[in-house]
Write a protein that binds this ligand. Structure first.
Ligand code: SF4
Ligand code: MG
Length: 307
């Protein structure tokens, strides 16, 4: 059972005839219903482009997104309703609207409640669901902290009766302690409403405890993808290991941590062979000549000649 499957998805941009930017190149994935699929990579790896394709803000230049129809508790049947949660809750909420109107807008637009009274009731319920209070409906976004604003964004997404949330770095702009609160909220909402998440992050530790499936992205491609538990406990791609090395380890606080070295190369002129080779400590001649395809090892796909 899946909400979306995407075989061979690509998004190429060409600003000039011979400068093609391969933002996303031949990426395939399946997001299972009611689970979290996380995509992790450094900035510029194509993960936001991928998220924007899933919500329909950008069209793939190759490949398709297949959404499977679902039957809901209310008897309706159709493709999952997809909503996006953005990184910056400051920019995504209209500062001139009261929070109640921000959340009520999709309810009115989609005619999800028959009258003003039941819309108001629904807005109050949603505020409580995300840990705010009903009286917050009459306040403006500026009166709230970053974490509270992200709660408002989530309430607005739920107001559409979304089944599937695409979350692009939803906690990156927040303090660490607030991040944890928002992640816990998202985990609770997923259980309560059976939501499906596509969760984008540059930070492997953020997604560690909430991911069912995990893909590591580098320069527009998946370099390692599979069940999150397997990727975390037995990372096989040198880039995944490098990302894991930068995570603070609570059990071994004095462990020597290798800093991430080198820059991500330009996606317009990726290095030949394995695009990770300029930063890879294990690179051999073959890595500079031949691009590794994603191969299956157990349940995990790995794109590395040495895996
Ligand atoms: Fe490193 Fe070679 Fe594997 Fe690429 S293919 S990750 S350069 S060992
Ligand atoms: Mg981004």
């Amino acid at each position: 059972r899946f909400d979306v499957s995407a075989p061979g998805l690509s998004r190429l941009f060409s600003h000039e005839p011979r400068r093609i930017l391969r933002a996303v190149e031949n990426v395939s994935f399946t997001v299972r219903r009611g689970t979290t699929f996380s995509i992790v990579g450094e900035s510029g790896c194509g993960k936001s482009t991928l998220a924007r394709m899933v919500v329909g803000l950008q069209r793939p230049t190759e490949g398709t997104l297949n959404f499977r129809d679902i039957r809901r508790a209310d008897g309706s049947f159709g493709p999952p309703r997809v909503q996006m949660i953005f990184q910056d809750p400051y920019a995504s909420l209209n500062p001139r609207w009261r929070v109640g109107d921000i959340i009520a807008e999709p309810i009115r637009e989609l005619k999800l409640r028959p009258d003003a009274q039941s819309t108001l009731q629904r807005v109050g319920d949603l505020l409580e669901v995300v840990g705010l209070s009903r009286s917050d409906a009459s306040r403006y976004p500026h009166a709230f902290s970053g974490g509270q604003r992200q709660r408002i964004s989530i309430a607005r997404a739920l107001a559409t009766e979304a089944d599937f949330l695409v979350c692009d770095e939803p906690t990156s702009a927040l303090d660490v302690s607030v991040q944890a609160q928002i992640l816990n909220l998202m985990v609770r909402l997923q259980k309560e409403f059976g939501l499906t998440y596509l969760f984008i992050s540059h930070n492997l530790s953020v997604v560690r405890h909430m991911s069912d499936d995990l893909a590591i992205m580098y320069l527009g491609r998946f370099v390692e993808a599979g069940p999150a538990e397997q990727v975390f406990t037995r990372p096989r791609h040198p880039y995944t290991r490098l990302l894991l090395d930068t995570i603070p380890d609570v059990e071994r606080p004095n462990r020597e941590r290798k800093p991430m070295s080198g820059e991500v190369p330009s996606p317009i002129a990726p290095p030949p062979g394995c695009s990770f080779n300029p930063r890879c400590a294990l690179a051999v001649d073959r890595c500079r000549a031949e691009r590794p395809e994603l191969r299956r090892l157990d349940d995990v796909g790995v794109a590395c000649h040495l895996a």
